[in-house]
Design a protein around this ligand. Structure first.
Ligand SMILES: Cc1ncc(COP(=O)(O)O)c(C=O)c1O
Length: 364
């Protein structure tokens, strides 16, 4: 059978998502389990989105609007009248990474990405027989000067995950400006801004500003999975030059964004209060967790997102398992021997996480 599959996918790793709650309950016979592993939103979606979903359920026998016309209008207004031709929705922003690969990568092209970062940039490039160039983080930050040095004439895509997953650190406007300065025209700079809504740091570059200033090489990826609490519906979007969007349209499956995702996203965009509640909870709880890490003498990386990378000081796999046995799912496997990532939850969840972590670190 091996000869059937394209050689370049033979040793691609299968993506391992954060463990689902039910699986942990089943496998370990646990009652209450909390999941702080996939950077989901602990408050869930806006009540307006839930209401819109209920109303739309009877419509699911119809195909969705493939062009997401109404949602595009709403998002265009949300961004102050952005040209709808600069917007493309997808089945999660993850799908846009795949579309970028399909539309732009030829065998032998190069893709530059930080490491560790969101783990889909590399396999989706290799699937197209492109060469991936990983640039290690420095001090847990994306090293844009090293990434710039890694760019060659063959580089077609550069991924900048900002804030970076799993570290939560950002690149600044000044760093991004230097990076873009003199970069060749045949290269797209993909700003993956999945955690955009959570950022407080004023030096953070808003990718959309670059587009509005006429920077045609920038592609911005954002999502409804995080701050808007719609991860299970799968919807994200790209903001880019209309010509780039038109190429992505050519490789897009006709009905890639389902009806329920479209109506929920539309309603979610209209509930600014809920969004504000989510961002404020995250800000408050980020501070709480940092305070707890300090109290316990646990090293951590200051985060601009809804997760924190911390140093358990023990083998990360053992800590992960110990936490699991105590009913708390977190995430490791980033290539750091003793570091793991926790998603910021509600106060109750965060207290349970800290309690379990203390217990793991004292009792094993
Ligand atoms: C940096 C980053 N980009 C993209 C995604 C994918 O998000 P979506 O649910 O929109 O596919 C994630 C999800 O964890 C992420 O962390």
């Amino acid at each position: 059978m091996k000869d059937l599959a394209r050689p370049n996918i033979h040793d691609l790793a299968v993506y391992k998502p954060g463990k689902p709650i039910e699986e942990v309950q089943r496998e370990l016979g646990l009652g209450e389990v909390i999941k702080l592993a996939s950077n989901e939103n602990p408050l869930g979606p806006s009540p307006l989105a839930l209401k819109a979903l209920e109303a739309a359920v009877p419509e699911v026998y119809l195909y969705p609007d493939g062009s997401a016309y109404r949602l595009k209008q709403v998002l265009s207004n949300y961004y102050g009248g952005l040209d709808p031709d600069r917007i493309l929705f997808a089945n999660g922003s993850n799908e846009l990474v795949q579309q970028l690969s399909l539309a732009f990568l030829e065998p032998g092209d190069e893709v530059v990405a930080p490491r560790p970062s969101f783990p889909r940039y590399e396999p989706l490039a290799r699937m197209m027989n492109a060469r991936t160039v990983d640039v290690p983080l420095v001090d847990y930050r994306v090293d844009l000067s090293a990434m710039r040095r890694a760019v060659t004439e063959r580089t077609k895509l550069v991924y900048i995950c900002n804030p970076n997953n799993p570290t939560g650190t950002i690149v600044t406007k000044a760093e991004l400006n230097t990076f873009l300065d003199g970069l060749h025209e045949n290269c797209l700079v993909v700003l993956d801004e999945a955690y955009f809504e959570y950022v407080d740091d004023p030096s953070y570059p808003d990718g959309l500003d670059y587009l509005l200033q006429g920077e045609r090489r920038v592609v911005v990826l954002r999502t409804f999975s995080k701050c808007f609490g719609l991860a299970g519906l799968r919807i994200g979007y790209a903001l880019a030059d209309p010509e780039i969007i038109a190429f992505l349209e050519r490789v897009r499956e006709p009905f890639n964004v389902n009806t329920l995702a479209q109506v929920a996203a539309e309603a979610a965009l209209q509930d600014q209060e809920h969004k504000q509640r989510v961002v404020e909870l995250n800000r408050r709880e980020r501070e709480f967790l940092c305070g707890e890490f300090e109290r316990l003498g646990i090293e951590y990386i200051k985060s601009e997102a809804n997760f924190i990378l911390f140093n358990a000081g023990r083998d990360e796999k053992e800590v992960f398992q110990g936490m699991l046995r105590r009913g708390v799912i977190i995430r490791g496997g980033f290539g750091y021997r003793t570091w793991l990532r926790v998603t910021i939850g509600t106060r109750d969840q965060n207290e349970k996480f800290i309690e379990a972590l203390q217990s793991v670190l004292t009792e094993g």
